[in-house]
Write a protein that binds this ligand. Structure first.
Ligand code: ZN
Length: 261
């Protein structure tokens, strides 16, 4: 069975576990909640690896992270136009399992791609255990939490917001270190941070990205995303007075709370 993880205290570090680290806004809080385990970053030769490696260098310096950086897995040639690499997490889990029995690979509530879901990780655990003859567990500490809730837990634990801002979660492929504000990764980053009162820098305001008005407002309203995603989306839009937020119950509740304050 998968064990629930609710403690944000630093526990004993062991060499039996390893965290697949992406330098993103999910895997950095995972490092803290898991008690700062050793990390593995695999440079796949993908489009934004350079920025991720730069973010890792900053986080290592700021927090003393133990991150092994390896280029043993070159999957970049399989990267799709939308940056998806099919089977990516299965490859990552197998190489991490060469190093540890417990492999932490961060998925969050609502993630349901073919190789990143609770069912997929259970299947990977079974598959890798069977082929190695060891009990290997592939799991995420955050299956029951949204990005916004993960950031909230991190901040509630008294951990510094400025370390969160050193992470990199953007799909831009021009090598720039700043977040573009016009990609789905930036939109999700902005939502999870602004809903926790953290102002993060973006080259362009994510709420003004054309796809917000042209696609997300309708998609979130019409149920194409889980209810928790829609609620967090409209709550974030309400913080900047976006007109689309006024019609949504979650945003109205937010506005009412603002007026009471
Ligand atoms: Zn971006």
């Amino acid at each position: 069975m998968l064990l629930p993880l609710t403690s944000w205290s630093h526990t004993t570090m062991t060499v039996s576990e390893i965290l697949l680290f992406s330098a993103g806004l999910d895997s950095f809080p995972a490092w803290e909640v898991l008690g700062r385990p050793p990390c593995l970053y695999l440079d796949l030769g993908h489009r934004y690896a350079a920025q991720e490696r730069a973010a890792i260098a900053d986080l290592v310096e700021a927090c003393g992270m133990d991150v092994e950086i390896s280029d043993e897995l070159q999957l970049g040639r399989w990267e799709q136009p939308d940056a998806i690499i099919p089977l990516r997490n299965a490859h990552l889990a197998m190489l991490a399992a060469q190093r540890a029995d417990t492999v932490w690979c961060v998925g969050v509530k609502g993630d349901n791609t073919l190789d990143k879901s609770p069912a997929a990780f259970t299947e990977m655990s079974r598959f890798i255990s069977g082929l190695t003859g060891r009990a290997v567990r592939v799991d995420s500490p955050f299956w029951s939490q949204t990005k916004t809730e993960i950031v909230a837990g991190y901040l509630t634990a008294g951990l510094p917001a400025e370390h969160l801002l050193l992470t990199f979660s953007c799909a831009r492929d021009d090598g720039a270190r700043t977040h573009c504000g016009t990609c789905s990764s930036c939109l999700r980053r902005w939502i999870s941070l602004v809903n926790n009162g953290v102002q993060a820098p973006f080259d362009a305001p994510p709420w003004r990205w054309s796809r917000v008005a042209d696609y997300y407002v309708d998609a979130m309203t019409s149920g194409r995303y889980p209810a928790h995603r829609a609620e967090e989306f409209f709550t974030a839009l309400a913080t900047v007075g976006h007109p689309a937020a006024r019609a949504h119950p979650a945003a109205r509740a937010h506005s009412a709370a603002e007026e009471v304050r």
